[in-house]
Design a protein around this ligand. Structure first.
Ligand code: SAH
Ligand code: F3S
Length: 454
């Protein structure tokens, strides 16, 4: 039994449907950059604006307000946002009153620099300002330059329902905000503030709202999701309680922090059939010297031991990771150790990056970003090439297996049905294979390199 069964079942009718605004309501167009946390935050903003009488539009040309929810994690991410904002600016030509605003991590990171770099942006709202986002947008629409980037140690958006525009099958539930780890390269603790857990009753309320709307899968979100703590409830207890929600058949979480993977969480994964056999476990580097300099809190061997324990407990586990090359002082030998760790683990999938200096972090202040761009590029290429081999091998190993695939909807090109395997692999099924939200038994027959064919 879970530690949480005592929690009162909330009144489902208390969930806040977003009212349908009429055609004369002011129109908001939103774009989201970055991680799943940002996607979940965009849904929160959409819910707030919907309740305040705004209507969402899919075409920026018909918008009164354009909001860009931004990512500051790497220089490239910021460059992409700047490129896109200046593109969107052309809509001002037809609508001089158009409000263009940025929300999220760049708003927090760049604060007053935004006004200098992009004076046409009239609204800047950080990740803890969304409770009053409608008010901020209202003010920007009167011509005021609005900046609200205060971080709030307590804000977890209790009682606010997001308005999602997703597939209606797999939904996000934010269970934690901020990050306390302060890895030396990372801007997140500065842009999103201190770590705080969402109350279990609120996590359950959100999960039940999704279940009532027909969702079959939830993805629990946090920057270090498994360090979740709320009073005496830890992540393992929360997982087991979420698993009791009727209608939700699959549970995933991202991203766990390697150091905080407790035996209780591993046990819950092994015992609870709804928790999917999939973990995203960011390695960053295979060199102990680099891991120390990054202040990740684990050694290469501790990471490998954790992978062993997870695979032993969950034999069908799929593992993905984040790798970062070219961090301050990284030698050829450090890099070789990263490749070697990748060969030892053979991740099923990876996100791979070159280090970029974020201006505000410990590394930026105290270390030398001394790896030439060309070297970073070459190392990243090697890491990507190696991972491509591993990804291909992971796909090949699945050929012939028969799996329960959750149908998400039509594929992007429309000629297939898109589904998701328990391991998170994308699966392309024949057209008409099943309705969104249904499960189909499918035998894997091949791979496109990105998706499995069934
Ligand atoms: N807690 C999250 C980390 C979010 S950042 C998680 O563990 O998934 C996502 C990834 O971006 C990190 O794992 C790291 O690989 C990469 N990253 C973070 N800061 C970076 C920087 N300054 N330069 C390049 N990559 C970075
Ligand atoms: Fe960033 Fe490290 Fe937290 S990578 S999000 S400071 S766990």
């Amino acid at each position: 039994m879970s530690d949480l069964v005592k929690i009162r079942r909330p009144n489902a009718s208390a969930s806040q449907e977003v009212p349908q605004a009429g055609p004369d309501a002011p129109a908001v167009y939103m774009e989201t950059f970055g991680c799943q946390m940002n996607e979940a935050d965009s849904a929160l903003i959409a819910g707030q604006l919907g309740r305040a009488g705004y209507r969402a539009v899919r075409d920026p040309a018909s918008a009164d307000v354009i909001l860009i929810n931004t990512c500051a994690i790497r220089e490239k991410a910021e460059d992409r946002v700047w490129g896109r904002t200046s593109q969107l600016l052309r809509h001002r030509a037809d609508n001089p009153d158009l409000v263009i605003g940025i929300t999220g991590c760049m708003a927090e990171h760049l604060k007053d620099k935004v006004a200098k770099r992009a004076p046409y942006i009239s609204l800047v709202a950080g990740p803890d300002s969304y409770r009053s986002i409608a008010d901020l947008v209202d003010r920007a629409r009167t011509g005021e330059a609005v900046v609200d980037v205060k971080l709030d140690k307590a804000e977890v958006y209790d009682q606010l329902d997001p308005h999602t525009d997703d597939d209606g099958v797999s939904g996000f539930v934010t269970i934690q905000r901020g990050c306390d780890k302060f890895c030396t390269f990372c801007v997140v603790p500065y842009t999103r503030g201190r770590e705080r857990g969402v109350a279990p009753r609120e996590v359950l309320r959100h999960t039940r709202v999704l279940a009532e709307r027909g969702y079959k899968e939830v993805v629990l979100l946090g920057q270090t999701v498994n360090s979740y703590a709320y009073e005496d409830v830890d992540f393992a207890a929360l997982l087991r309680t979420v698993a009791q929600v009727d209608g939700i058949e699959r549970i995933r979480f991202t991203s766990p922090y390697p150091v905080d993977f407790s035996p209780r969480v591993i046990e819950a994964m092994a015992e609870e059939p709804k928790i999917c056999p999939q973990v995203h476990l960011p390695l960053q580097s295979g060199s102990d010297v680099m891991l120390e300099r990054m202040r990740r809190g684990y050694s290469r061997q501790q990471f490998l031991d954790l992978v062993g324990a997870l695979r032993e407990a969950v034999p069908t586990l799929a593992l993905s990771t984040d790798i970062m090359v070219g961090f301050c002082g990284e030698t050829d030998d450090d890099h070789a150790q990263t490749l070697d760790a990748m060969r030892q683990v053979r991740f099923d999938f990876a996100f791979m990056f070159s280090y970029s200096d974020r201006g505000i972090t410990y590394a930026s202040r105290k270390m030398d970003d001394d790896i030439p761009d060309a070297v970073k590029k070459a190392r990243l290429r090697e890491v990507i090439d190696l991972q491509e081999q591993h990804t291909r091998a992971s796909h090949d190993a699945m050929i012939g297996q028969t799996l329960d695939v959750l149908v998400l909807g039509p594929s992007k090109r429309g000629d297939k049905t898109l589904g998701r395997a328990p391991t998170f692999h994308k699966v392309l099924l024949p057209p008409g294979a099943g309705e969104p939200g249904s499960f189909v038994r499918a035998t894997i027959t091949g791979s496109t390199g990105r998706s499995l064919l069934a």
